[in-house]
Design a protein around this ligand. Structure first.
Ligand code: BGC
Length: 382
């Protein structure tokens, strides 16, 4: 009799779980990840920042690949997929909990803005007006300043939870970190069934300003950040790069990559010539492109996992950064340190310090104009 009672309870509990899973409520908050395997988006509590609730959103596609994104910094915290041996691991560096992001994350997975990369001395002019920005990297302004977009709690637009799409909004007020104009920003992530993560950025301002948005994900295709990325093979479609001074500010020159360690037009191991680049790769490449449509600009392969990452963008440049400043002082949630070269970034963007370099493509955004860029990362296993 007792046994029958027990079986009855199990059946009722299972029915209750199935009903809850199929209830179709939008962006429903759940307390565990048990419901996160169905296609779409599931929302999980992740903590609070500045008194505002922070969530983690799990995007799942039909293949069962998952991208996790938190509205703190519109940050990609994990992208898990199967490798060639059927092992599921994450190909981006990140933390399992919010505290990792609050404890000095080097922009892991975040959306950076208003300006990705550096603006010399934190100063620029629009017309006759000079603007002074927060300085947070030596004498220069980096990735939007002291409290850039990576440290803001974004609002999430409620969308159908049956699609692996997440739309995040942020209003950057006039004067924030020294930038002019109220700027409305939207970033929309979409995970397709072809294992593509598309990031679409749009923005509008009410005063002329400068804008350069990018995503700062660090990739490690082995899926294990105790490995470095020096054996990954990289291809970048670029005939020129922008050399920098000692403060990593472009000199203004566009230098040919031919015959230098910056030539990745035919795939090369990242580590093959890195010793000839003082400090490692941390440079903007001038993309070889026919127009501003979404085009393939780079691809990376790793023989250990069999994974391949292709990068498509509408942007004119990409900052190829090999995690040179990671030094083991930050640890993952698994207690494994993030060592030098534990990940590489492909930050699709306009060129650093463009507001002070009239010959670089402009980053000026005026009222009435719509900022719109798209970047897509496509993952496959060979
Ligand atoms: C920059 C590096 C910087 C890193 C982390 C990259 O985009 O180019 O110089 O150290 O971000 O902040």
């Amino acid at each position: 009799m007792k046994f029958l009672h027990y079986r009855f309870l199990v059946v009722v509990t299972a029915l209750l779980i199935i009903t809850a899973c199929n209830s179709g409520e939008e962006n429903k908050t759940v307390t565990s990840e048990s419901m996160s395997l169905k296609v779409g988006v599931v929302k999980i509590d992740f903590g609070t920042v500045d008194g505002k609730p922070v969530y983690q959103y799990i995007l799942t596609n039909a293949k069962g690949d998952q991208v996790k994104i938190t509205n703190y910094g519109a940050t990609v915290t994990s992208w898990s997929s199967l490798d060639k041996n059927g092992k599921k691991t994450s190909i981006v560096l990140g933390f399992d909990s919010l505290s990792g992001y609050l404890g000095g994350s080097p922009y892991f997975g975040a959306v950076v803005g208003r300006y990705g990369n550096r603006i010399a001395k934190g100063k620029f002019k629009i017309g006759d007006s000079t603007y002074t920005l927060a300085v947070n990297n030596g004498a220069n302004h980096l990735h939007g300043g002291i409290k850039g977009f990576d440290k803001q709690v974004w609002d999430v637009a409620e969308t159908a939870d049956s699609l692996p799409v997440l739309s995040l909004n942020y209003l950057s007020k006039d004067g924030e970190e020294g930038y002019p104009g109220n700027l409305k920003v939207n970033v929309t992530y979409t995970l397709t069934d072809e294992d593509e993560l598309t990031i679409e950025y749009t923005a509008e301002t009410d005063k002329p300003t400068v804008l350069n948005l990018t995503n700062h994900s660090y990739f490690n295709l082995t899926g294990d950040h105790s490995n470095n990325i020096l054996d990954h093979k990289m291809m970048i479609k670029a005939d020129y790069y922008t050399p920098v001074d000692t403060g990593l500010i472009p000199t203004g020159e566009l230098r040919a990559v031919k015959g230098t360690p910056f030539d990745f037009n035919t795939p090369k191991k990242i580590g093959e010539r890195i010793g000839k680049v003082p400090g490692g790769y941390d440079h903007n490449f001038v993309l070889k492109r026919t127009d501003s449509s979404l085009q393939l600009i780079a691809s990376v392969t790793d023989t250990v996992s069999g994974r391949k990452l292709e990068v498509f963008t509408t942007q004119p440049g990409v900052q190829f950064y090999t995690g040179n400043f990671l030094n083991g002082s930050i640890k993952g949630s698994d207690e494994i340190p993030f060592n030098k070269n534990a990940g590489f970034c492909m930050e699709t963007q306009h060129f650093p310090d463009s507001p002070n370099k009239p010959k670089f493509p402009t980053t000026l955004l005026k009222p009435g104009e719509k900022y719109h860029t798209i970047t897509k990362y496509r993952l496959s296993v060979e």
